[in-house]
Design a binder for this molecule. Structure first.
Ligand code: EPZ
Length: 432
């Protein structure tokens, strides 16, 4: 029940080291289930979601070793995963309820053991988030699937079979799951309309290092030639583009200047382009990306979320916070999730002028100053948006339910304090 207290109004200045990507790390961990040899992942972020995934892996029979590491002079973790024998083929409700990315064990377990029971994740704070694409694709590969007592019961006689699958919708999760299922399948699988997010590129890199034969990296058509066996590998997790984009907004919203060390410009083209249009100087450096908002006035700009390389839904809330203090207006259109404006009422409590139209669009009219308040959000990115608003606001902001932030932002207070923010964590017990 920790809270974060921020005294706003400080111009942030300095550098922030960008950690390994949460949304790359989670499927990479599950890919280790595809072999009985050791898969070592370096540059792993220290996050509660990684801990939750590790707990599920141990339950399935994975032996995990962890080491403190230094990558480019910064603290990180290296984990090694070895699953000599699967001790369970079930991902129970308590794990999936805590973290829906637990569903990444579906493809690997079915490919390796021919059977899996996965508690079906329900809807969540940002939308209904069904799994129909994952399941129908596995059926096309020969799996028999039943939903029983809230569980997906999937089974295949022998090996999965290669298939030509056309996703009806671009889905990051389904692309990862079907890739992991197809690498050990019998024959060739072609995935059309696959997601192209950099985290998928990272998964393909690891799988190919493990002996998989996947072609089409970076495109929406992936061809996977199934192999009989995969082996161990060592892999460095890519930097977190969403963390980098979030701290870029921290620089912009405070009129500050931050170098995002390790951020990869190629993974952030659209969000950085929007920042430039809003009047922020953004330039690649030898070490990452420099975001400089010290000279110009911020102006409003329209944003529409789309699959990569479009503007990421995982930065929508943070950019909306930025628009609340820009001159003029910006229209925010959310096309990926049907309920991802939960931050709007909280931003309005801080003085933001936002008009929501239906579920998908909102007009944000800039206001001169936000004012600090007690706020809370029901998901990770919305919580970060409230931290950003707090950094820009007059007075004190207290962000409740900090556990959301701990799922996806490593050392958030330390990183922000390092660039001059007045921010502290309040440890509390009892109701939040
Ligand atoms: C991943 O979720 C990310 N999670 C999300 O990050 C991210 O917002 C999302 O991709 C979009 O980029 C992880 O990587 C762990 P999708 P995922 O399948 O895979 C619909 C964060 O804050 N759909 O690409 O669950 C779905 O409802 C999180 O870090 C179906 O209809 O997203 C959505 O509208 C939140 N049927 C759209 O597709 C399916 O079977 C895209 O979802 C699957 C998805």
């Amino acid at each position: 029940m920790d809270k974060i207290k921020i005294k706003g109004g400080k111009r942030l200045n300095g550098e922030i080291y960008i950690s390994g990507a949460k949304n790359a790390a989670l499927p990479l961990i599950c890919a280790s289930l595809l072999t009985d040899e050791t898969v070592t992942l370096t540059n792993m972020p220290i996050l509660s979601d990684v801990k939750s995934m590790n707990a599920l892996m141990e339950q399935l029979g994975t032996k995990i070793d962890s080491f403190d590491d230094f990558i480019d002079g910064h603290e990180s973790k290296t984990y090694s995963y070895r699953t000599p024998k699967l001790e369970s083929l079930t991902a129970p409700y308590d794990y999936v309820r805590k973290m829906r990315a637990s569903y990444y064990v579906l493809g690997p377990l079915l490919a390796r053991a021919g059977k899996v029971e996965l508690s079906l994740p329900g809807g969540c704070a940002i939308g209904a988030r069904p799994m129909d694409i994952h399941l129908s694709s596995l059926e096309e590969m020969g799996a028999k699937i039943e939903i029983k007592n809230g569980y997906v019961d999937a089974e295949v006689d022998g090996r999965l079979k290669g298939a030509h699958i056309v996703f009806r919708n671009v889905s990051v999760g389904a692309t990862c799951n079907i890739l992991m299922a197809a690498v050990l399948a019998d024959g060739i699988t072609v995935l059309e309309n696959a997601a192209k997010e950099p985290e998928i590129g990272d998964l393909i890199c690891l799988l190919n290092k493990m002996g998989a034969k996947i072609k089409g990296l970076g495109t929406s058509i992936l061809t996977i030639e199934g192999v009989d066996k995969l082996h161990g590998a060592v892999h460095k997790v890519i930097p977190d583009r969403i963390e980098a984009g979030s701290y870029a907004v921290a620089a912009a919203i405070t009129g500050g200047k931050i170098e995002l060390i390790n951020a990869q410009p190629s993974t952030l083209k659209t969000p950085m382009q929007i920042l430039r249009k809003m009047g922020v100087d953004v330039s690649p450096t030898e070490r990452g990306i420099l975001v400089d908002a010290t000279h110009k006035k911020l102006v409003g700009e329209d944003i529409i979320t789309e699959p990569f390389p479009g503007f990421p839904t995982d930065l929508q809330a943070q950019y909306m916070a930025l628009l609340t203090v820009a001159e003029g207006a910006g229209m925010v259109t959310e096309t990926i999730f049907e309920n991802r404006f939960m931050h709007v009422p909280e931003l309005m409590r801080m003085g933001a002028n936002i008009n929501v139209h239906g579920h998908a669009s909102a007009i944000v009219r800039g206001t001169k100053k936000l004012s600090g308040a007690q706020v809370m959000a029901t998901d990770l990115r919305a919580s970060f948006a409230l931290v950003l608003a707090g950094l820009a606001a007059e007075g004190e902001t207290v962000v409740n339910r900090v556990y959301h932030l701990d799922r996806g932002y490593e050392k958030i207070e330390q990183k922000l304090r390092g660039v001059g923010a007045d921010i502290e964590r309040i440890k509390e017990t009892g109701e939040d």
